[in-house]
Write a protein that binds this ligand. Structure first.
Ligand SMILES: Nc1ncnc2c1ncn2[C@@H]1O[C@H](COP(=O)(O)OP(=O)(O)OP(=O)(O)O)[C@@H](O)[C@H]1O
Length: 355
């Protein structure tokens, strides 16, 4: 089932929380809504589910306008962060609940319900816990029951709101892989909300980056990571060092230091340069590739990589963070060492425009 979100805007009393949102989600695709708190992810998910109405725009499933359909009639499964299981029901009863409360003419008979529940219990690997109550399960087990319950009604669309948010890192990682495998088997269309970019990148075919009720970028995980469309996306995805500079012709100047680009940017004059910490090079000697003098002020070993804080010498910026593999660096870096860092891999921005 494909989903067409077409110029959707949503106003609450406080004003617009979604502005002109358009996303086309292909049948069988998993899309992650990723963004900071308050960016409108959950509101958009609730609109797709039919739990919230939109103020303007269109929402179509398979080309059919579903704006007026209530949540029950949209063939949508919903999984929340807090499991929302019925505490007084066993795992088995929780999973079968959706089928048992269908209107009589749609309700499968008992045998069909039992078979379906067994199949789902197998799928979520919880057959041995069928007669337990939610309070007797771990967080990861509860979330798998919640997923099985939402899949029991065979939704064409599965919506997940921070489904693994309350779980510890290891369990989250396992469930992500498990969800991808489950999707491989069932091929539902999935939309999930997350704060966690690693989760979005690992689970989703495409990621929608949201900010203040707007879309900053839609793309595959690789697009988003390698070609962040805006400064916001770049900063949201990872720590990044920022340096002010100037561009004249094909030359970039930072204080008294400069290097040449292989092209002449359209915009000239003041620019900002962004460096991801692991994209910076550091050497003991000056070279055209590493022209910026720095002093190492802090060194931390994190297992297989070094994290260095360096202070600019004779040019201006805040402390820079540099991450280097233990094998990439000259001997053991020490506080107080003088070095030179690279300017070659920077992303250049003028305002919001990438040069
Ligand atoms: N029922 C409501 N009434 C008024 N304002 C609301 C309502 N629900 C959400 N909002 C506001 O809409 C904005 C978007 O909220 P939403 O929950 O969609 O963001 P989010 O990106 O999912 O945030 P989080 O990651 O913290 O869950 C917020 O400013 C929020 O305060």
């Amino acid at each position: 089932m494909n989903i067409e979100i077409d110029k959707i805007t949503k106003f609450f009393d406080c004003g617009a929380v979604l502005t002109n949102i358009s996303i086309y989600i292909k049948s069988g695709e998993i899309v992650a809504l990723l963004g900071p708190s308050g960016s409108g992810k959950t509101t958009l998910l609730r609109i797709i589910a039919g739990l919230e109405s939109h103020s303007s725009g269109y929402l179509r499933f398979y080309g059919k306008d579903v704006s007026k359909l209530n949540a029950r009639d949209r063939s949508v499964g919903f999984v929340f962060q807090n499991y929302a299981l019925f505490r007084h029901m066993t795992v088995l009863d929780n999973i079968s609940f959706g089928m048992r409360v269908l209107p009589r003419h749609k309700r499968p008979n008992k045998q069909v319900i039992n078979n379906k529940v067994m199949q789902l219990l197998n799928m979520v690997q919880l057959k041995h816990l069928a007669y337990r109550y939610p309070s007797q399960l771990s967080g990861g087990q509860k979330q798998r029951v919640a997923l099985a319950r939402s899949l029991a009604i065979e939704p064409k669309i599965l919506l997940l709101d921070e489904p693994f948010g309350a779980l510890d890192v290891q369990v989250r990682k396992e469930l992500r892989r498990w969800l991808r495998n489950l999707h491989h088997e069932l091929k539902f269309t999935g939309v999930f909300v997350t704060h966690d970019q690693e989760e979005a990148m690992e689970v989703a075919h495409r990621v929608v980056i949201m900010n203040c009720g707007n879309i900053e970028q839609i793309g595959t995980p690789q697009d988003i990571w390698c070609m962040p469309a805006t400064r916001f996306v770049l900063k949201f995805l990872s720590e990044v060092n920022c340096v002010n500079g100037m561009v004249y012709g094909s030359k970039v100047f930072i204080g008294p230091y400069h290097w040449s680009l292989s092209y002449v940017p359209d915009v000239q004059g003041e620019i900002e340069l962004f460096f991801r910490p692991w994209e910076m090079e550091i050497r003991k000697e000056f070279s055209i590739c590493t022209p910026l003098p720095v002093k190492i002020v802090n060194v931390n070993l994190h297992g297989y990589y070094w994290q260095l804080s360096v202070e600019p010498l004779g040019w201006h910026c805040d402390l820079l963070t540099i991450i280097l593999g233990v094998k990439d660096v000259f001997g053991v870096p020490k506080s107080g060492m003088y070095c030179y860092v690279s300017g070659q891999n920077a992303r250049l921005y003028s305002g919001e425009t990438i040069l």
